[in-house]
Design a protein around this ligand. Structure first.
Ligand SMILES: *Cc1c(COP(=O)(O)O)cnc(C)c1O
Length: 418
C-alpha cells in the first residue's frame, strides 16, 4: 500500500516552517496528534489536578500498553513505560542475576552507552563481555556468534540499528541462535522502532528496549521495555516501589506481575499517553510502507553525497536504514553540522565514529555528520542538503565566501557550535 506522504507532512507542524529536519535518529518531529495528546494531558493536569487527570485518563494510559504491544506483536502485560531507552535497557540488564565470570556476547556495532555499561558491569559484577566479529559488511557475524557461545554465556545483546551507522543487524538469525541455546537476547531497538516493522515473535528476542522520540516520533523523555512473558518471572527489578511491588506485611513484599515490575509509581503520564498515540499514529501511517521509502531516500542521499567534492559516506551494511553518515577531509564534522544549522536551517547531528571502526580510525575520521531521514522528508530537502554541502566544500577549497545572498558575513560563523 502506498502511504500518503503529503498527509504525513500536513500532520507535522515542524514541516510547515522553513527547517529541514534530518535529525530523526536524534529526535523526530512530532505529528499533531502526538503533540495534542501531550499538551492536552498537561493542560488537563493544570486544570483539574495531576492525580485527578490521571484517574480521568485511565483509558488513554491503558491504551499505551495496547499500542506498544501491537507495534511489536507482543502482549500488553509484557510492556513497561520508562523515561528513556537507556532506562529501559538498564531495567532489563540489572534485573538479571549476575555472577563473576558470566559472559555477555555483543557486536562491535553495539551502542556506546551499552558498551560503557558492560565495562561497568565487569567492574561491578566481575562479568566478562566479548565482541563477536563483524562480517565484511559490518553486521554481526552470526556464525562467529554461534561458535562463541560457551557454558558461561548468559546474555546476547545487540543493537538492531546502530546510532552512527546505516547498517541493519540480522536480528532474526541472532534470535534463532539465542533460542537454540535457551539464552536471553536483549535487543536495543532504539533506531528501528517506528522505522521498520518489528515482530518480537519472528525476531526471537527476549527483551526489547526503545525510545519514544526517534523514529516513533513520540515526545522526549519517553521509552519502553518489552520483556517476553516467559522471562519476566526470572527478572528481578533493581528498584522496587509501590507500583513495581506491594508491601504485604512488616517483613514481606510481592513483586508485581508482568512488566509492571519495571515501572515506578511516578511517571510522565502525558508522555506515556503521547507515546501510545505515536505508536498508533505510526501503525496507521503504515510502518511497512514507510520503511522502503526511508530506505530509498537514504540510498539516494548516500549516492548524491559519496565522492562529491571530497565527501565520503561511511555507512556499512547490505540492508541499510535511514541513517546516513559522512565526512570531509578538510571540513570538521562539527563545523559542517553548525554551518548547516545556522546558515541553512538544516538539522543534522554530530556522530562519533565508533572506537571499533578500524577503517575510520586508519583514515583519521573521528567524527561524522549524521543525516537521518524519515518518511516525511522529501527529495527536495535532500537536494538542499547536498547543495549546501557542495557550496561549503567549494568555499573551503577556493577560500571564497559562501554563496549566501542573505548574509554577507556567512563565513565568519563557521565552526560555531550550536
Ligand atoms: C539513542 C539510542 C539509545 C539511547 O536512547 P535514550 O532514549 O537516549 O536512552 C540506545 N541505543 C541506540 C542504538 C540509540 O540510537
Amino acid at each position: 500500500m502506498d502511504i500518503d506522504f503529503e498527509t504525513l507532512r500536513r500532520d507535522t507542524p515542524g514541516c510547515k516552517g522553513n527547517i529541514i529536519h534530518l535529525n530523526n535518529a536524534g529526535a523526530s518531529l512530532m505529528p499533531q496528534p502526538v503533540l495534542s495528546a501531550l499538551s492536552g494531558h498537561v493542560e488537563l493536569e493544570s486544570r483539574i489536578g495531576g492525580y485527578e487527570a490521571a484517574a480521568a485518563s485511565e483509558d488513554a494510559i491503558s491504551g499505551f500498553y495496547d499500542a506498544i504491544a501491537a507495534l511489536l506483536n507482543g502482549h500488553r502485560d509484557e510492556v513497561a513505560f520508562l523515561d528513556s531507552a537507556t532506562r529501559a535497557w538498564h531495567a532489563a540488564f540489572h534485573a538479571m542475576e549476575w555472577h563473576p565470570a558470566d559472559v555477555i556476547l555483543t557486536a562491535r556495532s553495539e551502542y556506546n552507552a551499552n558498551m560503557v555499561s558492560f565495562l561497568h558491569a565487569r567492574k561491578r559484577y566481575g562479568i566478562e563481555f566479548r565482541l563477536v566479529p563483524d562480517t565484511v559488511d559490518g553486521t554481526i557475524d552470526t556464525e562467529a556468534l554461534r561458535a562463541m557461545i560457551c557454558p558461561k554465556t548468559r546474555l546476547i545483546c545487540l543493537s538492531h540499528m546502530p546510532t552512527n551507522d546505516g547498517l541493519v543487524n540480522p536480528v532474526e538469525e541472532v534470535g534463532k541462535i539465542a533460542r537454540e541455546h535457551g539464552l536471553p537476547f536483549l535487543l536495543d531497538a532504539c533506531q528501528s522502532a517506528g522505522q521498520m516493522p518489528l515482530d518480537v515473535e519472528a525476531i526471537g528476542c527476549t527483551m526489547v528496549s526503545a525510545t519514544g522520540r526517534k523514529y516513533l516520533r513520540g515526545p522526549r523523555g519517553t521509552g519502553f521495555l518489552w520483556a517476553h512473558a516467559d522471562w519476566i518471572e526470572k527478572l528481578e527489578p533493581y528498584a522496587l516501589d509501590i507500583r513495581s511491588a506491594s508491601w504485604c506485611s512488616a517483613s514481606s513484599y510481592k513483586i508485581a506481575d508482568g512488566a509492571q515490575r519495571f515501572e515506578l509509581w511516578e511517571n510522565n503520564i502525558a508522555g506515556q499517553i503521547a507515546l501510545g498515540e505515536a505508536a498508533r499514529y505510526a501503525m496507521a501511517a503504515d510502518i511497512g510502507a514507510m520503511w522502503p521509502r526511508i530506505q530509498e531516500l537514504a540510498r539516494a542521499l548516500r549516492e548524491k553525497i559519496d565522492g562529491r567534492e571530497g565527501f565520503s559516506v561511511h555507512d556499512q551494511g547490505t540492508i541499510r536504514s535511514g541513517i546516513v553518515t559522512f565526512s570531509h577531509p578538510r571540513l570538521s564534522a562539527a563545523e559542517i553540522v553548525a554551518h548547516l544549522h545556522s546558515r541553512h536551517t538544516i538539522n543534522t547531528s554530530l556522530s562519533a565514529s565508533q572506537l571499533t571502526r578500524a577503517d575510520l580510525a586508519a583514515r583519521g575520521v573521528s567524527h561524522m555528520v549524521r543525516a537521518s531521514v524519515h518518511a516525511y522528508n522529501t527529495t527536495s530537502e535532500l537536494d538542499a542538503l547536498v547543495e549546501a554541502l557542495v557550496a561549503m566544500a567549494r568555499q573551503k577549497d577556493t577560500g571564497l565566501p559562501h554563496a549566501n545572498k542573505n548574509n554577507k558575513a556567512s563565513n565568519t560563523s563557521i565552526g560555531v557550535e550550536q
